[in-house]
Design a protein around this ligand. Structure first.
Ligand SMILES: [Zn+2]
Length: 214
């Protein structure tokens, strides 16, 4: 176990750590990533999640972080969903839980808290209702009078169609807001990375594993 942990955290250069992050990025599915690092403590997981976040924001920015599915948990496995930021929320929660007292992370937490996506309502598209196959009603058996009856579909309300966000088109309305988050992150990135390196070096050097903020 100790050996495994050290294998990820032994790196003393940011380039080595970035290689590990690249490796995790290859299996970009939040569940798969977590499965491959499930032997790590929550603190260490959060650090790796933070490095994945950094890599994605630094190379793509917040808008692609959303439209490519990263914020929601993984490429092609999870369709972007403006209501459900699984990865993003988990990172934020991990920082609250494990690194609340670290000064350098406070502006980062602010940026993470501000992240939200406005999806263009006009880019919502209608889809045939899966509950009633587009008919608008479902046939149910009424035990009281022993007859089959047509009941209005409870999913589409009888319309036969449901509205869904057309996520393929992006349809992100608040791009400017997201650009501001990008530049805010870039302006604190050096501080964040050097703090992460310090945490990793402390972790590696510490025999007791008692590290400030951990
Ligand atoms: Zn229906």
């Amino acid at each position: 176990m100790k050996k495994k942990i050290n294998r990820i955290f032994e790196s003393d250069s940011i380039e080595d750590i970035e290689d590990k992050v690249e490796d995790l990025l290859d299996r970009w599915d939040f569940e798969k990533i977590n499965a491959s690092i499930n032997y790590l403590s929550d603190c260490k997981k959060t650090i790796l999640h933070l490095l994945l976040f950094d890599h994605t924001i630094y190379n793509l920015g917040h808008q692609d972080y959303y439209t490519d599915g990263y914020a929601c948990g993984g490429l092609s496995f999870t369709k972007p969903d403006s209501e459900n930021y699984i990865f993003h929320n988990s990172l934020l929660y991990g920082l609250y839980e494990n690194f609340d007292s670290i000064e350098e992370f406070k502006p980062l937490i602010e940026i993470l808290e501000k992240f939200r996506i406005d999806v263009d309502g006009s880019q919502r598209e209608t889809k045939e209702c899966e509950n009633c196959n587009g008919v608008g009603t479902n046939t149910i058996y009424n035990y009281d009078n022993s007859e089959f009856e047509e009941e209005e579909c409870t999913v589409c309300g009888g319309e036969g169609e449901t509205m869904e966000n057309n996520t393929d088109s992006g349809g992100v309305l608040n791009a400017e807001e997201l650009n501001i988050l990008d530049s805010n992150y870039c302006s604190i990135r050096t501080n964040i990375i050097s703090r992460i390196v310090k945490i990793l070096v402390d972790l590696y050097n510490s025999t007791s594993n008692v590290v400030e903020g951990l």
